[in-house]
Write a protein that binds this ligand. Sequence first.
Ligand code: SAM
Length: 235
Amino acid sequence: MSSDSSRYKFKHHPETCDPEDYWGQVKRTVNGKPVSPEQIGLIVDSIRDGLQLGSDDVLLDLCCGNGALTSHLFDGCAGGLGVDYSEFLIEVANRRFSRNPSERYLLADALDYVLNGQNPGEFTKVLCYGAFPYFGPDAARSMLRGLNRRFGRVTHLYLGQLPDKSRIGRFFTDRDPAPGEADDPGSLLGLWRTPDELAALAEDAGWTARPIHQPDRFFASHYRFDAVLTRRRAG
Ligand SMILES: C[S@@+](CC[C@H](N)C(=O)[O-])C[C@H]1O[C@@H](n2cnc3c(N)ncnc32)[C@H](O)[C@@H]1O
């Protein structure tokens, strides 16, 4: 497996940020400013609800970034593991956000971890927030199939911040997307999918997808959606 199964183009962006600009490092900004704590609260509540995250759950956060978001979720469960391929961000996560041995952060490629990581049976819930669109069709399919096949105790998977192809015009208000841009996992927001396309991808990998639309007060609600995947067949 190559060390880069996604086409995320900002791998080295965190190194250009202030060491304590935790939301800037993972590009959770509007007009260059970190989003507000209220916005983060909406994200955290939606993930907790979608995953039905409980105190006994063990969470795997794929593409966890610096752990700023993961740590809010570890607060509501038994801990788990964040995986990211940015050395810079995993160092921040371990130094700033890991509070005890049940909150672990690992430097690894996310797809490689899904296909080859150790002890997949320890996890009960999985999150991939703000990163799934950067995995092209083959890598996305492998990831969902691998989670279904190897992670037998996982009941819910939350995919967050998916650019919605059926509402693409609400994002591109001052220019048209370049030819092929919406289908390019290496583009600014990655690969755009409609909720139906995401549902078909999930179904092929053994999951049932339920789209989640954020309330209007969420900063990206007009062009993004989230999805909760639940298991429809054993892997
Ligand atoms: C927009 S940030 C989101 C970080 C975090 N999930 C959050 O929502 O705060 C995207 C993250 O995906 C990570 N990433 C992208 N491709 C990856 C891959 N193939 N394996 C592991 N991490 C990856 C990047 O390093 C970055 O931290």
